[in-house]
Design a protein around this ligand. Sequence first.
Ligand SMILES: Nc1nc2c(c(=O)[nH]1)N[C@H]1C(S)=C(S)[C@@H](COP(=O)(O)O)O[C@H]1N2
Ligand SMILES: [Mo]
Length: 354
Amino acid sequence: MSTSAGGLIIRQEEPRNLEFPFDRLDSYLTPVESFYIRSHFHAPTIQPDSYRLTMDGAVKNPFAITLKELKSLPGKTIVATLECAGNSRVFLVPQRPGAQWELGAVGNAEWTGVPLATLLDRAGLNRNAREVVLEGADRGLPAELPRPPEAISYSRSVPLDKALDDVLVAYAMNGSDLPQDHGFPVRAIVPGHYGMASVKWLTHVRVLEEQFQGYWQTIDYGFWDEVGGIPVRRPLSEMRIKSEIARPSTFEVLPKGRTYTIYGAAWCGTGDVVSVELTTDGGRSWANAKFLDPIRPHGWRRWNYDWEIPDRPGRFTLKSRAKNTVGESQPDEFNERYFSYVVNHTLPIEVVVQ
Ligand SMILES: Nc1nc2c(c(=O)[nH]1)N[C@H]1C(S)=C(S)[C@@H](COP(=O)(O)O)O[C@H]1N2
Ligand SMILES: [Mo]
């Protein structure tokens, strides 16, 4: 099978926001040229020779490390699916502000780097350390209100236990140096979390003894949780379970009376995807799809399903629904607490049979 690469859809020219045409899905690892790009500010150019990653904050031995030193530390390679928290926003009615992503603000890649735990260990955590702020070299004014009074960097925090568990300080993607748009020379990969956590152009890691309340933690990439009946703002974190139909695509014309292999992928942030079901009658009946990929922590699983297309012309609504090992299942409806993020309900794909 030939693997087609590149050919992204422009959602915004500058800063660059490009979407993978999800109907072209045909490999387990998304080729680097096809991997969606989501950048809030102009991509910074970092010279690899002068690059330093600074580790400081609530630590005993702050230090800065060069790219060469970083690459000389024991490395690790993982597969992780990154999904932008705003992926599939175009399905929301009424329309929400933000990039109108369809199905392709998601990709699955292999990442190589050094565990953040190795660097935190070397820095020596203070007793009251609680969160780890990951800061990128890119700066600017956010596009949406309320805006901070001056330019800010892109920064996000992860809880300390996550930082020590499996966060990767990555310098390679699918076996090659990171491309500039994906964070050259170094980015964080926070497996299982929505893409916003995986800070690109990572130059500064700050350990905090308090809760981080930065712009991308509260104003943007937050949602309304609830404590004792009172809505409270919390940062988005783990990806919620989701499956997407890659083929057929919306309004594709299919021949009646034939077999069509519906094809897609499914992923989640916690646990493993264990089933994908398909409905071709708008939700009255569901049947199991077959997996094409084994379970692999944090990697997506492609699946397919042979649909015997009825022998009559008409409009049909297809939906897929994934379930995982921790009892999560895709909901039927969008959860309004997320306003314009976490669009993981069963997405209707309408096709034309003739
Ligand atoms: N420094 C920095 N890191 C960033 C961003 C950014 O704008 N600046 N965007 C985040 C968001 S919202 C997503 S979804 C992912 C996208 O990663 P990609 O462009 O490599 O696909 O990067 C995250 N890391
Ligand atoms: Mo994102």
